[in-house]
Design a protein around this ligand. Structure first.
Ligand code: PMP
Length: 373
């Protein structure tokens, strides 16, 4: 007789259980619409080209070792992650008042943030939207927070219950923590408008509520990493404090690598460094330090993105419609690109987008960079 014979069978996770059931189904027409993961046209898992390239670069780098990394993770990764969500010119970053800690994807970042709050924050109530990602209440409860809901989705309009949201947050006790999806709310796909965000911000600040952003889909709402970070940046621009859990599972397709970051934006550099010292005490007995590989991939990709920062605004490439892009490159720049980089286009700087493929885009980007930088 096992000492565990009285252990009852637990139910499958409601989200991950969908895949378990799908895998068991022998039908050739089966479709899995449960898990949030990109698939190829054939339904196979997809690894992004940038990720493959970064991995090759890492594997070929003979100086890389497998020693433990610090409790807080890779310094480069942390810096670049904070920049990605807060913006390159964020005063909070410049003033050194953001403590960023590499964590185990979005879930781990939420959990570490919640454990820190349980130990060091004066209010242990967290308000989460109704409905929200199914793991939220479990993560926060286990970390020792007490979970309440605020109205979010209105089934009759299939849109935001803004009135309900404002009423419920308005009735929350002063100092309560509020979990906000930075963008692309899961599971509803309903986000507040920028004007509504501004009203939410005013309410949260006027009641001294503490915003905790869950950013699992930066880039998925508008297609722009910066636009999708606007909600978070509004709350940082007002000088107030907040927490942010970032996940690279979706926007870099790194699901199983478990790469994410927790940032705690504080009022001063002194507070931020003390906060960081306490978050280390949360992490050390939990998993000691985070894994190297996934964070190295992200750091490599974000670093190369920085390097290519071609001067000027190139958003017209996305905004202009039709088959052509009127690049704004002048005759001399076009001639330079043809001569030095073997790229051919009309001298007015017009390029046919149809002539490009995902393989040739980096070559074009490098050539434009060389022409204008
Ligand atoms: N938050 C939300 C809203 C999510 O949808 C997810 C992933 N489904 C996560 C956090 C965390 O995912 P992960 O731990 O894989 O980053």
């Amino acid at each position: 007789e096992s000492v565990f014979s009285n252990v009852a069978r637990a139910p499958e996770d409601p989200i991950l259980g969908v895949t378990v059931a799908y895998n068991k189904d022998p039908s050739p027409v089966k479709i899995n619409l449960g898990v949030g993961a990109y698939r190829t046209e054939e339904g196979k898992p997809l690894v992004l080209d940038v990720v493959r390239r970064a991995e090759l670069q890492l594997v070929n780098d003979q100086t890389r070792v497998k020693e433990y990394i610090p409790i807080v993770g890779l310094a480069d990764f942390n810096k670049l992650s904070a920049k990605l969500i807060l913006g390159g010119d964020s005063p909070a970053i410049k003033e050194n008042r953001v403590a960023t800690i590499q964590c185990l994807s979005g879930t781990g970042s939420l959990r570490v943030g919640a454990e820190f709050l349980t130990k060091h924050y004066h209010q242990n109530v967290i308000y989460i939207p109704k409905p929200t990602w199914g793991n939220h209440p479990k993560v926060f409860n286990l970390a020792g927070l007490s979970v309440e809901y605020f109205r979010y989705y209105d089934p009759t309009t299939r849109g935001l219950d803004f009135q309900g949201l404002i009423e419920d947050l308005g009735a929350a006790p002063s100092g309560a923590i509020v979990l906000l999806h930075a963008c692309a709310h899961n599971p509803t796909g309903v986000d507040p408008t920028p004007e509504q965000w501004e009203q939410i911000r005013q309410l949260i600040r006027s009641k001294s509520l503490l915003p905790f952003f869950d950013s699992a889909y930066q880039g998925f709402a508008s297609g722009s990493l910066d636009t999708d970070a606007q909600s978070v940046r509004m709350f940082v621009a007002d000088g107030g404090e907040c927490l942010i859990a970032q996940s690279y599972a979706k926007n870099m397709g790194l699901y199983g690598e478990r790469v994410g970051a927790l940032s705690i934006v504080c009022k001063s550099a002194d507070v931020a460094s003390k906060v960081e010292s306490q978050v280390k005490l949360v992490v050390r007995p939990m998993y000691s330090s985070p894994p190297i590989h996934g964070a190295s991939i992200v750091a490599t990709i974000l670093k190369s993105r920085e390097r290519n920062r071609t001067p000027g605004d190139w958003s017209h490439i996305i905004k202009q419609i039709g088959m052509f892009t009127f690049t704004g490159l002048n005759t001399e720049q076009v001639a330079f690109m043809t001569k030095e980089h073997h790229i051919y286009m009309t001298s007015d700087g017009r390029i046919s987008m149809a002539g490009l493929s995902s393989k040739t885009v980096p070559h074009l980007a490098d050539a434009i960079h060389a022409a204008v930088a």
